[in-house]
Design a protein around this ligand. Structure first.
Ligand SMILES: Nc1nc2c(ncn2[C@@H]2O[C@H](COP(=O)(O)OP(=O)(O)OP(=O)(O)O)[C@@H](O)[C@H]2O)c(=O)[nH]1
Ligand SMILES: [Mg+2]
Length: 296
């Protein structure tokens, strides 16, 4: 959500459709709520609703109960040119938002990110946002911590390949340069596979079980990418001397990958059993809280 021309659709296109930032200059203004399901191509299993800027929330026909029911996160986009007119520095903008958050006394968490579609800051912000919506985050972080400490790895990210959002990382601090290098590595792998890896009729997948890449940097560090699931990749930073024990890293990766699959199998089972339960309740004519459903 946000005012007209604040950059809502541009963010969606750049993050989830690989649109280049300069192409967003030609985007037309959104005139109705656009819903998009990103779960087919990405680990990120939700719908994104892009609102038109001129929407009137106080219009009696605006069905906010229907619209906001089941919302995981609300992203409010503010054009920094407007924000700069109000506050001269990003710190003060942050203060303003924190104060607003405490005045509103919301029951949900409130975060502020200074982003641009012209660099990786928008992907970083989305990574942090998506992480808040993943219930398995502590487990994933734990697994990454165990994996890196037993393999002599400096830093590891678990990436959603399509959007380049990192859904988890180990507990060492993230620096922007490291994150940008990982994003570039994913781009290299996917772009080369798309151009030279697919068959002439377009058959095949640019990313599959065989996907892996090693890039040696000139600062005695190695970048190592491996497929984890259909949508996820592990990208790590390893010192050259630690990479000599690649056999150990690969064995630990094998255990890590297995654990990740188990974590998500549990989730799939839970989703399936919830669906079966709600089908049963519908059949019985009761709502989930036990109240009989109104027969129309
Ligand atoms: N410099 C800069 N320009 C941006 C950024 N994000 C979006 N823009 C530009 O802002 C303009 C408006 O972008 P839109 O994404 O169409 O804005 P919107 O919020 O969807 O607008 P409505 O659909 O009318 O509500 C475009 O020309 C984008 O190129 C950014 O991070 N930096
Ligand atoms: Mg728009």
């Amino acid at each position: 959500m946000g005012l007209r021309r604040s950059g809502k659709s541009s963010i969606q296109k750049v993050v989830f459709h690989k649109m280049s930032p300069s192409e967003t200059l030609f985007l037309e203004s959104t005139n109705k709520i656009c819903r998009e399901d990103v779960s087919n191509s990405s680990f990120v299993n939700f719908q994104i609703w892009d609102f038109p800027g001129q929407i009137d929330f106080f219009d009696p026909t605006f069905d906010y109960e229907m619209i906001f029911r089941g919302t995981g996160a609300l992203i409010f986009v503010i054009d920094s040119q407007i924000a700069h007119k109000i506050t001269s520095t990003s710190d003060r903008a942050q203060d303003t938002c924190s104060v607003t958050g405490s005045v509103v006394k919301t029951a949900f968490s409130f975060s502020f990110y200074l982003t641009s579609i012209y660099d990786h800051s928008i992907f970083e912000a989305f990574s942090k946002l998506v992480q808040k919506l993943i219930p398995q985050l502590p487990t994933l972080e734990n697994l990454l911590n165990i994996f890196i400490s037993n393999s002599g790895i400096e830093k590891a990210f678990l990436f959603d390949v399509v959007s380049k959002i990192y859904i988890a990382t180990d507990s060492t601090p993230v620096d922007m340069q490291t994150y940008e290098l990982c994003c570039d590595m994913i781009d290299v792998v996917i772009d080369i596979s798309c151009i030279y890896g697919l068959k002439e009729d377009g058959a095949g997948a640019p990313y599959d079980k065989e996907s892996t890449a090693i890039i040696k940097l000139n600062n005695t560090t190695v970048l190592y990418l491996k497929e984890v699931t259909k949508f996820l990749a592990l990208v790590c930073f390893v010192r050259e001397e630690s990479f000599e024990r690649k056999g150990l890293i690969d064995y630990n990766f094998h255990c890590f990958r297995k654990a990740i699959h188990e974590v998500f199998e549990v989730r799939m089972k839970m989703v399936k059993s919830r669906k079966a339960q709600s089908r049963l309740q519908k059949k019985k004519g009761t709502t989930p809280n036990g109240t009989p459903r109104m027969l129309l």
